[in-house]
Each structure stands twice: as structure tokens, then as C-alpha cells.
Design a protein around this ligand. Structure first.
Ligand code: ZN
Length: 223
């Protein structure tokens, strides 16, 4: 599942010359979807394929509804300093996933935490162990994809200093769907913004992400 960030009334970040994040990320997401579909090896869904608003919760819900093997959220960054540039990849932080596990475990409806596993009749301790195991595998796989993305992204342009980052982004929180959030560059940096305006650059970015996705599934299958 490919998730183009923002959309509709939420434009996301605005670039130095007025480029909107929601447009850049939709362009990259559409190219990535086309690329993966053309390979004939992937079933691809997009959380949005047009300029519409979607809540973060709805995006995660779509990933789980389609039983995604991977959830890739695409964004573009902004920073107060115009010098900040390059791409980065986020996966869910340990603290955020712990908090999420607690919240999930204490939620009333436990029928839908891990796809296909009914936890309602399980004692709390079993529930929390099962969630923990699912999350651990998800986290490992998310990190695998992040590591495969870095060299591919590097071929397209700059990377931020610490490329693989950890955060509590809501869209990364499905416990059973490996998820990454890619910031393709900084709209607040003149050179990055000018790249992002180019259709050719967006397609190059999509090709890079597509290659990492391909390597990811080959590796998962081998393992
Ligand atoms: Zn964003």
C-alpha cells in the first residue's frame, strides 16, 4: 500500500517557490504505483490517488484492510533552516511502539489488533505477548526495508546525515504491517524543491523506492 501524505484541505509543507507537499508526494506515489504494477509482481493499492483529504487513522485502516505486506508513506520535509536537504526514512520508534502496544492491549475491542487473530478470549498476558511478537517482526521488517532504501535513495540525490530515523508517526503504527515513511527531500531547500518540481526526478525517486521494495520481497522470500 502506497500512502501519499496530506491532500485536499491539508497541503502539507510549502516550498520556497510555493510547491505543495501534497502534489509532490502524490506524483511520486503515482509513479511508484505504476512502476510496481508494470513489473507484474505486485498488487498495489494507494490510500489516495487524487487530491483528497484522508485522516491518518483512515490511512492506517486502509493498509490493514488491504492486508498490506508493506505500507509506504511518502512525504516531503520542511525545516526552519534552508540548508537542510536530502531524503530520510522513518520507522516506528521503540518508545512509540511500546506505548502503542499498551494502548492496544487496553483497548476494548481486541478482535482486530493482529490480522486474523482473535484475542478476545485470551488472557491479558497472552494478548500482550502476541502483540509484542507481531510488533517485533513488523519492526524488524520495517528496518530491513529502511536499510534497503538508503543506497537506492542515495543514487537519486542527497541523504540527510542520519538517514534512518525513528519517530512515533501515526501512519507507522499498524502492529502487523511493516511500514516506512520516506521524506523525499526538503521543500524548504531551494535545490531540493527544484528537483521535486521535476517529473523526471519524481519518476527517478519512484524507481529507487521500487527497487528497494523488490529487493525487500526477494530477501523476505529467501529468509
Ligand atoms: Zn508530510
Amino acid at each position: 500500500v502506497i500512502d501519499a501524505g496530506h491532500g485536499g484541505v491539508d497541503p502539507g509543507a510549502t516550498g520556497v517557490t510555493g510547491t505543495l507537499e501534497k502534489d509532490v508526494v502524490l506524483g511520486v506515489a503515482q509513479s511508484l504505483a505504476a512502476e510496481l504494477r508494470n513489473s507484474g509482481r505486485f498488487k498495489v493499492y494507494m490510500t489516495r490517488d487524487s487530491d483528497i483529504f484522508l485522516s491518518l487513522k483512515a490511512r492506517v485502516a486502509l493498509g490493514r484492510k488491504y492486508r498490506a505486506d508493506l505500507f509506504i508513506s511518502i512525504h516531503a520535509d520542511a525545516a526552519p533552516a534552508s540548508g537542510a536537504r536530502g531524503a530520510s526514512v522513518y520507522t516506528l520508534s521503540e518508545q512509540a511502539s511500546d506505548r502503542e502496544a499498551e494502548a492496544l492491549a487496553s483497548a476494548e475491542n481486541q478482535s482486530d489488533i493482529i490480522a486474523g487473530v482473535d484475542l478476545r478470549k485470551e488472557p491479558d498476558i497472552v494478548t500482550s505477548i502476541l502483540i509484542d511478537l507481531a510488533q517485533r517482526e513488523t519492526k524488524n521488517n520495517s528496518a530491513k526495508l529502511a536499510q534497503l532504501l538508503i543506497p537506492e535513495l542515495q543514487r537519486v540525490g542527497n541523504l540527510t546525515h542520519k538517514t534512518h530515523r525513528f519517530a512515533g508517526f501515526r501512519v507507522l503504527k499498524a502492529p502487523d504491517v511493516p511500514s516506512v515513511l520516506i521524506e523525499v527531500g526538503y521543500l524548504t531547500n531551494q535545490s531540493d524543491e527544484s528537483s521535486m518540481r521535476s517529473g523526471r526526478w519524481r519518476r527517478g525517486m519512484a524507481t529507487a523506492i521500487g527497487r528497494a521494495v523488490d529487493s525487500y520481497f526477494r530477501r523476505i522470500r529467501r529468509e
